[in-house]
Design a protein around this ligand. Structure first.
Ligand SMILES: C[S@@+](CC[C@H](N)C(=O)[O-])C[C@H]1O[C@@H](n2cnc3c(N)ncnc32)[C@H](O)[C@@H]1O
Length: 237
């Protein structure tokens, strides 16, 4: 997958995307990432990309001209233009899966007060928010999207099953995980996990996932499909 990023802070991307799984995805060519400085498309000697808001108010607004020119230069027929904005659609795991099927993403990172509305109207296919809070600029949200999408690309995770059996993949939070030693600080690994009984382990994990989801994220319980809905005898309404 090809991902281009348009930002005022390209240096922020060095580091997080150069480590571990993301680094290997880039080295193997499964993720082709390019980060571009929006100021490259400014035309004056101060490299201006923002201006005062019409109607007054605090802060600066990103101008149409450089963003339209940059998107034209970086887009192809398969490009999906994604704007990072707190007023976007919530970025959740099903959206990450949707995006992982795309050929080319172009992520627009805002700064200051955000974008001139005509950028949204004229260029953007999808607006994404990473949560109900406001960050200083769109670089961190873009990195969150790149990370979550890249690990879903075929071949990126060593064990393909690990993206199948984790929080949100079936609408539930993940069950508790343990590794050696079997006892630590007075806390023991549940006996069922040491039993070798795979059916009992699967049942225990599902019950734990349901309990944890009900406790931590009751909102997710409301959206469970029939395949995941708890049976009546599990006492969860
Ligand atoms: C200070 S914010 C602008 C906030 C804007 N005035 C508003 O109230 O919606 C600057 C930029 O950071 C990015 N940003 C901040 N919080 C975000 C979030 N929760 N999700 C996605 N992008 C965000 C966006 O690209 C945004 O244009």
């Amino acid at each position: 997958m090809k991902v281009d990023v348009l930002t005022l802070f390209p240096a922020m991307f060095a580091g997080p995307l150069d480590e571990s799984i993301l680094r290997r995805a880039r080295e193997s060519g499964r993720l082709q990432l390019a980060v571009h400085d929006l100021r490259n498309w400014a035309h004056d000697r101060h490299r201006t990309v923002d201006d005062l808001p019409y109607g007054g108010g605090p802060g600066m607004v990103l101008k149409c001209e450089p963003v339209f020119e940059a998107v034209a230069a970086l887009s192809g027929p398969a490009t999906r233009v994604v704007m990072m904005t707190p007023s976007g659609r919530p970025f959740v795991q099903p959206v990450a899966r949707e995006l992982a099927a795309e050929e080319h993403l172009l992520l627009l990172c805002g700064s200051y007060e955000g974008f001139d509305e005509r950028i949204r109207q004229g260029l953007v296919h999808l607006e994404l928010s990473i949560g109900d809070y406001v960050l200083t600029n769109g670089a961190l949200p873009a990195m969150v999207v790149i990370d979550a999408v890249t690990r879903l690309l075929p071949g990126v995770l060593g064990d393909e099953a690990s993206a199948e059996d984790e929080s949100f993949s079936h609408g539930l939070l993940e069950y508790p995980q343990y590794t050696r030693p079997p006892g630590f600080g007075g806390m023991d690994v549940p006996a069922v996990l040491l039993s070798g009984n795979h059916a009992a382990i699967a049942r225990w994990r599902r019950e734990q996932a349901l309990t944890r989801t009900r406790q931590q994220r009751p909102d997710l319980m409301e959206n469970l499909g029939p395949a995941n809905a708890p049976a009546n005898d599990e006492g969860i309404s």
